[in-house]
Structure formats: structure tokens, C-alpha cells
Ligand binder design. Structure first.
Ligand SMILES: CC(C)(COP(=O)(O)OP(=O)(O)OC[C@H]1O[C@@H](n2cnc3c(N)ncnc32)[C@H](O)[C@@H]1OP(=O)(O)O)[C@@H](O)C(=O)NCCC(=O)NCCSC(=O)CC(=O)O
Length: 332
């Protein structure tokens, strides 16, 4: 029996499709994953091969290291851009670190000093960026608390619930905003403020979006509300601080007068991490209350951030009473 031309083409297309599907499906066993990779290699699509390897690798890390079950994504966010697969967040994070490394090395090598006066366009950019994040954080902080109240959430111990669609939407936006926050580092680089690009800053910015990808992907409701709401309100204050810092005159008296509260802001940030640690301990003691193994991740992550911020606090505010680093003397 012979096949007609159309039938042959549809067979070929089906095989091609199934090879791609195998490449993206990570629920299968090791041999099917391998097949997926070879499938892409055969169709000579290098980016797709790389993407499938990243996808498989990231899911494996989350499953093996954190112990989460990646086979059960949340129905609310399963098909939303930047959540469906870990590839965008991994690529964005690696590119972010690479760009920061190249750009800051260039600043160092060229001997460029921090700007004494920002040009107008940079001032406008920084003001717009901080205003945007301050308003977005306010919107998210208010929206998440309103939803939590509507669904009668307790402070902790709220299981994930795919019927809380609006809460899932807020957590999704919160996750995407963590990717946008890479702009903070761009601001530091444009100002050539290398003193601000610390291990704390890079660790925080590079890891937080991966942590929130996991939450947005698996459980964007229930107890996720607590950290998202708390952090949003902290960020309202933080971006107000940066907004003020970017608009006031750069002399020491002005900073002392208007930015003295930066120290208290850092303390509030540390209280925030202590609250997350307490929430994680509660989750570890009540394992049925949220997603299994997630409290363990939250615990380790919050401890690491608390350690970084404690070090920042001692370094920045320990030596001087008003919390400024040594003044810059020369213009670039
Ligand atoms: C007081 C803090 C909020 C900020 O500490 P800093 O050392 O950065 O503060 P600073 O006084 O030097 O900041 C003033 C300088 O920042 C510039 N600036 C303005 N807008 C900015 C922005 N969006 N991002 C980065 N810098 C910005 C100003 O123009 C000014 O430059 P110039 O000096 O030239 O005039 C602190 O508590 C803190 O967060 N420290 C960690 C540093 C960090 O990376 N924070 C953000 C992510 S951590 C985070 O977000 C944790 C959390 O989730 O709570």
C-alpha cells in the first residue's frame, strides 16, 4: 500500500512535532529527555537544544536540591509568559550577571569615577524608574492584602488554592517585577556607583527572580501572599528612599537631613527576613499547611539574606553615625 503526498507530509510534521514535545516535556524519564535533545540536534536548531537542556537542568535542580514536585504547576499561571518554562528566568539571570560583570569591568579598567552630577536624562530615568516601582509595589501590597482578606487567610498556614485566581495574578506580576528590578543595577552602572554593586546586591537580584519563578510556577496563592505583601510594602519605602536620594542635592548636610531614615529602612528589611524565617519555621512544624519542602527553601534563603543585610548594616552604619560612606572628592 502506498501513501499519498499529503499523508507523508503530515507524518513528517507529526514526527517533527513529537520530537519537539519530547524536548520540552521534562516529566518523562532520562531516556526520553535524551531523545528530546537529539531530536533538536537532528533538526539543527541549536537555540532550541540549549533551551531544552536549560529547561531540564533547572527543573532537575528544583526537584533534586529543593525537593519540589515540578510535575504539578499551578493552573493559574501554567500558561503565562515567563512562568511556563524556567528558560527565560535562567537566561535573563545569566545575561544580567554577564552584562554587569562586563560593564563594571569596563568602568574599572577605564578608571571612570562616580558621576558628581547626573545628566538630566539620567536623572529623569532614575526618577521614572523609582516612581514606577514605588507605585507598582503599592498596587501589589494593597491588592495582595485585599485578596488575602477576601479569602479569609490567616497570617500563616494557608494552603495553595488554584481557585484564588486574582491572588495568583498579583503574585505573577510580583514575580515579573523582580525581573524588571534588574534596572536598579543598570542605574548603579549608569551612575558608575560601583560601591553599590555589592555581593549582597548581586546575590539578591540574581536569586530573587528564580525563587519567585518557582513560587509563581507551583503555588502562586496561599502562604506566598505573606512574603509578597510584606516585601511590596518594604519596597514602597525603599523606592521612596531611592527617589528622594536621586532628587535631593548631593551635599552631606542634605543627605543627613533627608536620608537619615535609610538606617531604619535597613532595620525594617532585616525584620522582614526574620518574619520570613519565622514563617518558614511555622511551615516546617506544620508540613501540611503549604507546599511540602518550600518552607525549607524559604528558611535557608531568608537566613542568607539576613546574614548579608546584617553585614551591610554593620559596614555601613557601624562606623559613622549618619550612615554615609566616605565622600567622593573628584569629578570624573
Ligand atoms: C538604605 C537601603 C535601602 C539602600 O542602601 P544603599 O547603600 O544602596 O543606599 P544609598 O544611600 O547609597 O543610595 C543612594 C544612591 O542610590 C541611587 N539610586 C537611586 N535610585 C536607585 C535605584 N533604583 N537603585 C539603585 N540606586 C539608586 C541614588 O541616586 C544615590 O546615588 P548617589 O549616592 O550617587 O547620590 C539599604 O537598606 C539597602 O537595601 N541596602 C542593600 C543594597 C541594595 O542593593 N538594595 C536593593 C536591593 S535589596 C532588597 O530589595 C531587599 C528587599 O527585598 O527588601
Amino acid at each position: 500500500m502506498t501513501m499519498g503526498g499529503e499523508e507523508v507530509w503530515s507524518r513528517v510534521a507529526e514526527e517533527e512535532d513529537s520530537r519537539k514535545v519530547v524536548g520540552w516535556q521534562m516529566g518523562g524519564n532520562n531516556s526520553t529527555r535524551g531523545l528530546g535533545v537529539f531530536g533538536f540536534a537532528n533538526s539543527s536548531s541549536l537555540p532550541a537544544t540549549v533551551a531544552s537542556v536549560i529547561d531540564a537542568g533547572a527543573r532537575r535542580v528544583v526537584e533534586k536540591v529543593i525537593g519540589l514536585n515540578m510535575a504539578k504547576p499551578s493552573a493559574i499561571t501554567a500558561d503565562l509568559p515567563l512562568v511556563r518554562s524556567p528558560v527565560p528566568v535562567v537566561v535573563a539571570t545569566v545575561s544580567y550577571l554577564a552584562i554587569v560583570w562586563v560593564w563594571s569591568s569596563h568602568i574599572k579598567r577605564s578608571g571612570l569615577k562616580p558621576r558628581v552630577q547626573d545628566p538630566k536624562w539620567l536623572q529623569c530615568l532614575i526618577i521614572a524608574h523609582n516612581m514606577f516601582l514605588c507605585c507598582l509595589s503599592f498596587y501589589l501590597g494593597l491588592g495582595i492584602l485585599t485578596e488575602a482578606r477576601r479569602h479569609r487567610y490567616s497570617i500563616w498556614g494557608n494552603p495553595s488554592n488554584d481557585e484564588h485566581v486574582k491572588m495568583g495574578f498579583y503574585i505573577y506580576i510580583f514575580y515579573v517585577s523582580k525581573l524588571y528590578e534588574f534596572m536598579d543595577t543598570v542605574v548603579m552602572l549608569l551612575k558608575r556607583n560601583l560601591r553599590q554593586i555589592t555581593y549582597l546586591h548581586l546575590y539578591h537580584h540574581a536569586s530573587i527572580c528564580c525563587v519567585w519563578w518557582i513560587i509563581a510556577h507551583l503555588c502562586p496563592t496561599g502562604d506566598a501572599y505573606f512574603s509578597a505583601a510584606f516585601n511590596s510594602w518594604v519596597h514602597v519605602a525603599m523606592y521612596l528612599y531611592y527617589l528622594l536620594a536621586a532628587t535631593i542635592a548631593k551635599d552631606e548636610n542634605c543627605r543627613r537631613k533627608y536620608l537619615f531614615w535609610g538606617k531604619y529602612l535597613t532595620i525594617i528589611q532585616m525584620i522582614q527576613f526574620v518574619a520570613f524565617i519565622a514563617q518558614a519555621v511555622y511551615g516546617l512544624l506544620q508540613p501540611a499547611s503549604y507546599v511540602k519542602h518550600l518552607p525549607r527553601m524559604l528558611f535557608c534563603y531568608s537566613i542568607s539574606l539576613l546574614a548579608f543585610f546584617s553585614n551591610f548594616f554593620v559596614t555601613k552604619y557601624g562606623k559613622s553615625s549618619h550612615g554615609r560612606q566616605p565622600k567622593r572628592l573628584k569629578a570624573d
